[in-house]
Structures are given as C-alpha cells and as structure tokens.
Design a protein. Structure first.
Length: 254
C-alpha cells in the first residue's frame, strides 16, 4: 500500500470462506473410498499414521473441505468480485517431522515459488482440469505470471537468504531463469484468472524458523542463534514487496 498498491485479503477473519464444513462431504468421502476399493473404511483417524490415516472417512471429508470446497469458493471471490492484477498465495513450508506424538525438527530451511503448469496425463483425463488449463493458456496469463514469479523469487532470496528448494519427486518442472521457480498444477493457481504467485518460504519445523516464528513481528533486530536478525515476518514482507516493485517498475508506462 505504501507503494500505491490497492490490496485485498481473500478472507478477513480466521474462518473459511466456504460455508461448507467437513461433515457436509461425508457421503462423498465414502463414495471416493469405495472407488478405491475400501468399502468399510474407519470413521476417524485417531491413532493412525500414514496411508492408514488417509483411508478414513474423516481424512477424506476434511480433504474435500479444505482442498476443494474452500479453494473453489476463494476462486469465486477472486474471479467474480476482486478481479485483481495478481494473487499472492502466502504460505510457510514444512518438512516431514516423524510421528505426530514425537515430532522432530528438520535441518532443512529453503524457499521456492510455484506457477501453474506441469500437468500429469492422469489430470488431463479430467474434463474440468482440461477446461481450466485451456482457459489459462488462451488468456496468456503465463506471459506475466512467470516474470512476476521470477522477480518475487529474487526479492525473497535477497531478503531471506534461503537456499532454493530442490524437488526430487512429484509432477513439477523448474522454469524460468532462477533456481527458485517451479511449475506445478495446483487448484488455486489453475482456477484464479490472473497471475498467481504461490510462495513457499521457510520450513516451519526447522528449529531456527520455529523460534523466529514464536518471536512474532518486532521492530528493529533481536538476537537469534547468536546473530542480530530482523523479524521473519518483516523479511517475508520485504522480499515480496521488493520483488513486486522491481517487476512493475520495468513495466511502468512512460
């Protein structure tokens, strides 16, 4: 806002945008599991880990709620009401932490940015996925999305000093000229009809990151692991803002 941008939040309160809740998707969750050959799934996942946890009605109901219903409701708000020039999806990343009863810190701490792309053959067999992909292709949104993502990635790298994350599996592809930007087909960056910069900095269960997050936002610098550091929140915000400013300065009308 200080640079003149008009900023909107997709949600103003700590609650979902969608009016639906996990219980609304129970019957669909049962149907989904039946299609996988699981005709008598457990109701809840208390005490379960890994694949066994995912094969429960509770897990599938919750996934349909937060990964489908919530994101599609946000897309309606973005596309029909806000109609922004760019959407920033601000996240914090995480690494596996072992059993939930005995979580472990991760030594890794890294950063990457996602843009839409890298569709799998199995995804393209789904009619609505093909339709949404073609919408993005014909709108030519990628012509702005990729250079925007690269500029934001460079701003974040300078502000956070994090190493680039390296994918070792999954349907992703490194794109652009920096080591930070990958193409990946996510529902949010496929549905929103504008450039989507999907940020994944920091590893929340890295010990230094965890301690910095507990410190919250603060003015100036504080001692962290023997070094004076600005707040993690400030570094994140500065990286995003500077990356956007650097991009739009090059596109400013003369």
């Amino acid at each position: 806002e200080g640079y003149g941008a008009q900023v909107f939040l997709i949600r103003e309160k700590e609650e979902p945008v969608t009016p639906s809740r996990p219980a609304d998707f129970r019957s669909l969750a049962v149907h989904t599991l039946a299609e996988l050959g699981i005709t008598q799934p457990p109701e809840g996942y208390a005490g379960l880990e890994g694949a066994a946890k995912m094969m429960t009605i509770q897990w599938q109901s919750e996934k349909l709620f937060y990964r489908e219903s919530e994101i599609r409701e946000r897309a309606k708000k973005v596309n029909d009401l806000l109609k922004p020039d760019v959407v920033l999806c601000l996240h914090l990343n995480a690494e596996p932490w072992g059993p939930a009863s005995q979580p472990q810190y991760s030594p890794a701490n890294h950063f990457h940015v996602l843009v839409n792309g890298a569709y799998m053959p199995s995804e393209l067999q789904v009619q609505d996925v093909r339709y949404e992909m073609l919408q993005r292709l014909f709108s030519r949104v990628r012509e702005e999305e990729l250079p925007l993502a690269e500029s934001v990635a460079k701003g974040m790298a300078e502000a956070t000093h994090l190493d680039p994350y390296v994918y070792t599996q999954g349907a992703v592809r490194r794109v652009g000229t920096t080591p930070y930007v990958y193409a990946r087909n996510l529902l949010a960056n496929r549905l929103y009809r504008c450039p989507v910069i999907y940020l994944e900095p920091y590893v929340m269960n890295n010990q230094e990151t965890y301690n910095r997050l507990l410190m919250g936002n603060y003015v100036g610098r504080s001692m962290v692991n023997g070094r004076l550091r600005t707040s993690l929140i400030d570094d994140y915000a500065e990286g995003v803002a500077q990356g956007l400013v650097n991009y739009y300065r090059t596109k400013r009308r003369s």
